[in-house]
Design a protein around this ligand. Structure first.
Ligand SMILES: Nc1ncnc2c1ncn2[C@@H]1O[C@H](COP(=O)(O)OP(=O)(O)OP(=O)(O)O)[C@@H](O)[C@H]1O
Length: 273
């Protein structure tokens, strides 16, 4: 793998060109280093995410995409660097401050499966019980609202996750991630394992929710169709750093990995050119 120094030049926040003007940074990372033993995953990594955008996070297998998401949400202690979310310095929060920040984001991780012993509605009520002071009588109504928001029929409420299709499970997971009225969503390969039609329906749902709720979304994906269809910008984990830009900027970016990825046959099949 090339050394980070060989990356064509970037501007602030790992961007190819500056898109920051007049925009609020919901996430701002500077100089991040993550390392497991001798395995350095992130080094001098900068990354900005602006309010209201959907950013697709891509990169080779094992390049550290999931670890980056887990680091931002506080599930992975990092070695060096500064991470701000909503302007809060994530390295220096009290327990109360951390718990408050956590109510402003939702996560749908690959391993964040729904609890199989609970019904769909009980799964969605969990974060409401844990983090919000919602009166018991209002829990069912709020959870039912979230279930309809993600396009699940009311009949899904009482079902166990095992009774749902793959696409419905993803929607239920999304409803849980949105239970606390999150402003920011972290999704780790949300369309993995879905057939192309269900994946495309999930993408449309995400785009609709992002528009109507004003969400900011960071989404790890291997799905070039999703990248092309719904992402405003794409962030590539390259040589331990983030290179972020619009699809056009990445298509023109001079690096062997991006050239192969964005100009390969799978990209062409997804309509990227
Ligand atoms: N807690 C940990 N301890 C040690 N190594 C870890 C830990 N978490 C992740 N790794 C290693 O870090 C590397 C990056 O993992 P990560 O899951 O972030 O990759 P990824 O880019 O999401 O890959 P993929 O696209 O294959 O899912 C892998 O080699 C993984 O084994």
């Amino acid at each position: 793998m090339n050394d980070a120094a060989t990356l064509p030049p970037l501007v602030e926040g790992g961007q190819i060109n500056d898109h920051s003007q007049g925009r609020e940074r919901v996430i701002s990372i500077r100089g991040l280093r993550n390392q497991f033993g001798a395995n350095v995953l992130h080094d001098r990594l900068d990354f900005d995410v602006f309010r209201g955008e959907i950013v697709g996070l891509v990169g080779g297998s094992g390049s550290g995409k999931s670890v980056l998401l887990r680091t931002i949400v506080g599930l992975n202690p990092w070695r060096e660097g500064r991470i701000e979310v909503f302007g809060e310095d994530m390295g220096h929060l009290t327990a109360d401050e951390r718990s408050h920040v956590q109510t402003r984001w939702g996560v749908l991780f690959q391993d964040g499966a729904l609890f199989s012993s609970l019904s769909v509605i009980e799964n969605i009520e969990l974060p409401l019980r844990e983090h919000a002071r919602v009166p018991e009588a209002a829990l069912d109504d709020i959870a039912a609202l979230k279930i309809s928001l993600v396009g699940l029929p009311p009949g899904a409420c009482a079902k166990k996750p095992s009774e749902l299709s793959g696409g419905m499970k993803k929607r239920a997971g999304l409803a849980r991630a949105l239970a606390l009225d999150a402003e920011l969503l972290f999704l780790d390969e949300p369309t993995a394992g879905l057939d192309p039609i269900s994946a495309s329906n999930f993408d449309s749902l995400l785009r609709d929710l992002q528009r109507t709720l004003g969400l900011t979304v960071v989404m790890v994906t291997h799905d070039l169709d999703s990248l092309n269809a719904i992402c405003d910008r794409v962030a590539v984990l390259l040589d331990k750093r983030i290179v972020a830009g619009t699809m056009e900027e990445l298509l023109a970016y001079d690096h062997p990995w991006t050239k192969e990825y964005f100009h390969g046959p799978r990209a062409r099949a997804a309509g990227i050119r």
